[in-house]
Design a protein around this ligand. Structure first.
Ligand SMILES: CC(=O)N[C@H]1[C@@H](OP(=O)(O)OP(=O)(O)OC[C@H]2O[C@@H](n3ccc(=O)[nH]c3=O)[C@H](O)[C@@H]2O)O[C@H](CO)[C@@H](O)[C@@H]1O[C@H](C)C(=O)N[C@@H](C)C(=O)N[C@H](CCC(=O)O)C(=O)O
Ligand SMILES: Nc1ncnc2c1ncn2[C@@H]1O[C@H](COP(=O)(O)OP(=O)(O)OP(=O)(O)O)[C@@H](O)[C@H]1O
Ligand SMILES: N[C@H](CCC[C@H](N)C(=O)O)C(=O)O
Ligand SMILES: [Mg+2]
Length: 486
């Protein structure tokens, strides 16, 4: 595509004198530039993309979009007020993804997004739709190998490239997690969603957003991006959800575990170690549901997934729905049973609310000791650390504090922050090496113990400094069990 045509479609003003090279790709990282790419310089949190304009040109960039004119000769330079916004518009124009031929669902909220993507995918499959999901687990579809994504919601260029791939593969339904950071950083600008879901809002990412109000403001932007016929699915048990529901002038459906007047609610549900069974009432139907998911929070996840699905398919009204074919959700309530050292649950709880919910849920399972192993990520919300310590102390008999992606921070300092929320340190052990910590609790575990390994879920690496070292909680547990139990 010619540069001028691209800028035109993207709605970016073009000087008449502009040279008009062929643009063969869009790139925001100078290290990835290929000949013919348009380089978009972004002012970042760690560094400034404008300082990489020269290397980008050296590597073959044929034009530059930036916020400050570097005064170059021979190469077209387009200055814009906001490079991230320009990147989103240019990517949409380049990949021709203004209108999408598939149903696009966006899920936002502090917890439950990944779980919902997998639940909705399962339902869409049961309706015979070719489906893909994008989020913390990467890009998963039936037609391509799964691809890992550095971020829960990819950069706008990568998103539009993904939409283009979905287009070509004939995907009918794409379900994606939309993080508040992505909404704030223009990664999903101009994308129209057919369904938008709000799960809940509790403390996380305050380092980035500054306050809960600004965190909420970022999340609700998703709902201004609904198509005119689009539907909002909202958990009204959450105070922020209830506020959002009241303020929306769009087609909207409420979900509640408490309020029988909500559009989607259970008249009854039972949770057992085998999963959930219940009866769901919708605005026009009643159905019984079974799903192999444990934890009260999963009752809401199931309700919201059902709501999204039934609103998308008004002609599908089963009397009974069995989600037993739902594959285990990696790293979410992932259970490894050992013969002599207790039951291990690996879970991605990394916020105060998630830790509270999971500890409250699992303590209902008969056990001797409830042991919680966790840490907190470095370069992330510091104020959640003592709260996580405080909650763990309330419910767990024993706590092991360890590393969870310390990144650029000192691991001991992170643990010291968690300890500030704990009053009695008698049952608290510290071992920064997470593998050693896991080995220790398994070694000292008894058959009746419930051992919770929290915070990293299905993550495949440990981020220490700039390094990403292969690391997976479940692999470590399974390897230990294989060598220590016959
Ligand atoms: C806070 C945040 O989101 N940071 C993102 C941001 O980084 P940044 O602005 O600091 O970028 P930077 O590293 O300073 O670099 C600036 C620009 O220079 C470019 N560059 C850099 C070096 C070079 O040699 N050449 C070059 O061109 C970079 O590609 C970039 O375009 O822009 C970068 C490029 O787009 C992202 O990679 C980076 O995400 C990092 C990986 C990150 O960890 N983000 C997390 C916080 C995040 O986004 N999380 C959310 C929420 C998770 C959830 O709760 O579910 C997510 O969606 O994953
Ligand atoms: N509806 C929910 N409400 C509260 N906690 C939940 C809910 N669903 C899941 N959780 C807890 O939160 C953890 C993370 O769940 P999940 O991965 O689905 O959330 P997420 O929103 O995708 O998280 P992230 O922002 O990191 O991508 C789970 O392991 C579980 O402990
Ligand atoms: N999407 C979240 C995941 C956090 C997971 C936890 N293991 C951590 O590193 O804090 C983030 O990037 O903030
Ligand atoms: Mg997620």
């Amino acid at each position: 595509m010619k540069l001028r045509e691209l800028l035109n479609i993207a709605g970016i003003k073009t000087p008449a004198s502009l040279i008009n090279p062929e643009i063969t790709g869009i790139e925001y990282d100078s290290r990835q530039i290929r000949t013919g790419d348009l380089f978009v310089a972004i002012r970042g949190y760690k560094t400034d993309g404008h300082t990489f304009i020269d290397p980008a040109i050296h590597h073959g960039a044929s034009a530059v979009v930036c916020e400050t004119d570097p005064c170059l000769q021979d190469i077209p330079v387009i200055t814009v007020p906001n490079s991230r916004k320009a990147l989103a518009r240019l990517s949409q124009a380049f990949y021709n993804t203004e209108t999408l031929p598939f149903h696009l669902t966006g899920i936002t909220g502090t917890n439950g997004k990944t779980t919902l993507t997998l639940l909705i995918r399962e339902l869409e499959k049961q309706a015979g739709l070719k489906t893909a999901i994008s989020g913390t687990l990467g890009f998963l579809s039936d037609f391509e190998h799964e691809t890992f994504s550095e971020r829960t919601t990819p950069e706008s260029r990568d998103l539009h490239k993904m939409f283009h791939t979905c287009n070509q593969a004939g995907i009918q339904s794409l379900i994606m997690e939309v993080s508040s950071i992505a909404l704030e950083l223009s990664r999903v600008d101009n994308i129209a969603f057919d369904t938008a879901i709000f799960t809940n809002l509790t403390q996380d990412h305050l380092d980035f957003h500054g306050s809960m109000d600004r965190y909420f403001a970022a999340k609700i932007r998703l709902f201004s991006q609904l198509t005119p016929e689009g539907t909002a699915i909202i958990n009204i048990d959450d105070p922020y959800g209830s506020q959002l529901f009241t303020s929306l002038n769009h087609k909207k459906r409420s979900c509640s575990l408490k309020n029988p007047l909500a559009d989607y609610h259970f008249s009854e549900y039972h949770l057992s170690a085998g999963g959930l069974k219940g009866v769901v009432h919708t605005p026009d139907h009643t159905l019984s549901v079974e799903a192999p998911l444990i934890g009260v929070f999963n009752a809401m996840n199931i309700l919201q997934a059902l709501a999204a699905w039934m609103e998308h398919h008004p002609h599908i009204r089963p009397d009974h729905l069995n989600l037993e074919s739902l594959p285990p959700i990696p790293g979410r309530m992932d259970i490894v049973r050992t013969a002599q050292h207790g039951t291990v649950i690996i879970d991605f709880a990394h916020t105060p609310d998630a830790i509270d919910k999971i500890l409250k849920s699992v303590r209902e399972i008969p056990h001797e000791r409830l042991i919680a192993l966790f840490g907190c990520g470095g370069d992330r919300d510091k104020t959640k650390r003592p709260l996580m310590g405080q909650i763990a102390e309330k419910y767990a008999d024993q706590i092991i504090l360890t590393n969870d992606n310390p990144r650029s921070e000192n691991p001991e300092a992170i643990i010291a922050d968690i300890r500030k929320g704990i009053t009695s340190h008698q049952n608290v052990t510290i071992e920064t090496d997470r593998q050693k910590a896991i080995h220790q609790i398994l070694t000292h575990g008894n058959p009746g113990d419930l051992i919770l390994i929290l915070g990293k879920g299905a993550e495949k690496v440990m981020e220490i400094g700039e390094k990403k070292i292969p690391f997976n909680d479940k692999d470590i547990v399974q390897k230990w069990v294989q060598t220590h139990e016959i």
